[in-house]
Design a protein around this ligand. Structure first.
Ligand SMILES: Cc1ncc(COP(=O)(O)O)c(C=O)c1O
Length: 347
């Protein structure tokens, strides 16, 4: 069987999740948008884990991100974000198309640009020729930053700048639980002071589908209307919530994925054709840079696929490999051997 390292959303549900979903499917569904008791329990627990008043189930983290941004910024206003975040690279222009928002990238380090760079954008509020910066959007962990976590101290500093300027903060926490594990903190430590927090249930946590948006009761009440407007009012929710309830309690086990990702990075670091720093691999994402003269990312991924490993071309000269629960030590070894083989000159 191919070792599929393209994304952690490929995690298969555990037997316990499948049993819980089956049980939920046998019961009558609930009619209201927030009526299902499993959904209510999931939303309560997520709010608790994230230190927020309330949380709302979403079909995807993308939709939760977009609703979060629309709650914090009005048409014509600006969302500032660090480089190559999902809202910029992978949401099909939704901030502009759905919210009338423009996105400005904060210059500097792609993962944690200097606080002064955020402050400079925040501080231009008095210039009436420019659109107002209404929201900061942070991504933790940073997918295109090779899964790097943003520290609690950094988050607090940026949140502080936002608050001083009356700016809202959205957190794309699709992999926030990975960040919490890597930094040995609670998820709520990384969400503190953020106004809206989007999370994924179907990535490393392994539910089959789902995301959520957390925040104050007032914001989540408004989020319910926006979610409905976007067609996100899934019902019945029992099966989704049944898997989600088990998924969110499983977050401490993400440490195993991080250990295996590091092991993969160590194996790749020994290959002359790739550049990987294992010390930088602290969560479940490994980004490898192909050395000069090597194949293109697409060509390497094609060759890898023929050798039974699926990886993702990830921008110029880079491929991404993501580790998740179904990727065990044997799969890591199989992947490393296939990568070494695929890098050999073709005869
Ligand atoms: C950082 C980040 N945010 C948001 C998303 C969107 O998640 P979904 O596929 O549930 O819309 C992803 C998906 O990979 C992601 O990596």
């Amino acid at each position: 069987m191919a070792v599929d390292l393209r994304s952690d959303f490929l995690t298969r549900p555990t037997p316990a999740m499948i049993a819980a979903m089956t049980e939920a499917a046998r019961e009558p569904g609930h009619f209201g948008l927030r009526e299902d008791p499993r959904q209510q329990a999931l939303e309560r627990r997520l709010a608790q884990l994230l230190g927020q008043e309330d949380a709302l189930l979403f079909p995807t983290c993308t939709m939760a991100n977009e609703v979060g941004l629309m709650l914090l910024a009005r048409p014509g206003e600006v969302v500032a974000t660090h480089a190559a975040t999902h809202i910029v690279t992978s949401e099909a222009g939704a901030p502009a198309a759905l919210g009338g928002l423009s996105v400005e990238v904060v210059p500097g380090d792609p993962v944690m640009p200097a606080p002064e760079a955020w402050a400079a954008l925040a501080g231009r509020g008095t210039d009436s020729l420019l659109p107002r910066v209404a929201a900061f959007s942070l991504e933790n962990t940073h997918n295109r930053g090779a899964g790097a976590p943003l520290t609690a101290a950094y988050m607090a500093e940026i949140v502080g700048i936002a608050k001083r300027h009356g700016i809202g903060v959205h957190l794309d926490g699709a992999r926030l639980f990975n960040a919490a594990v890597a930094l040995s903190v609670q998820p709520s430590d990384l969400a503190r002071g953020c106004d809206t927090i989007a999370v994924s249930l179907n990535k490393g946590l392994g539910a089959v589908i789902g995301g959520a948006l957390a925040g104050s009761c007032d914001l989540i009440a408004r989020a319910l209307t926006l979610r409905q407007r976007l067609g996100g009012g899934i019902r019945p929710t029992g099966m989704v919530a049944a898997a989600g309830l088990l998924a969110i309690e499983s977050w401490p086990r993400l440490v195993e994925d991080h250990r295996r990702a590091r092991r993969l990075a160590e194996r790749l670091a020994g290959m002359a054709e790739l550049r990987v720093d294992p010390a930088q691999v602290v969560t479940n994402i490994v980004v490898a840079t192909i050395a000069a003269g090597g194949p293109s990312p697409a060509a390497l991924c094609d060759r890898l696929a023929r050798n039974g490993v699926l990886a993702l071309p990830f921008g110029p000269g880079r491929i991404r490999l993501v580790v998740y629960r179904d990727i065990d030590d044997a799969a890591i070894d199989q992947a490393a051997a296939a990568i070494a083989d695929s890098l050999k000159p073709e005869r």
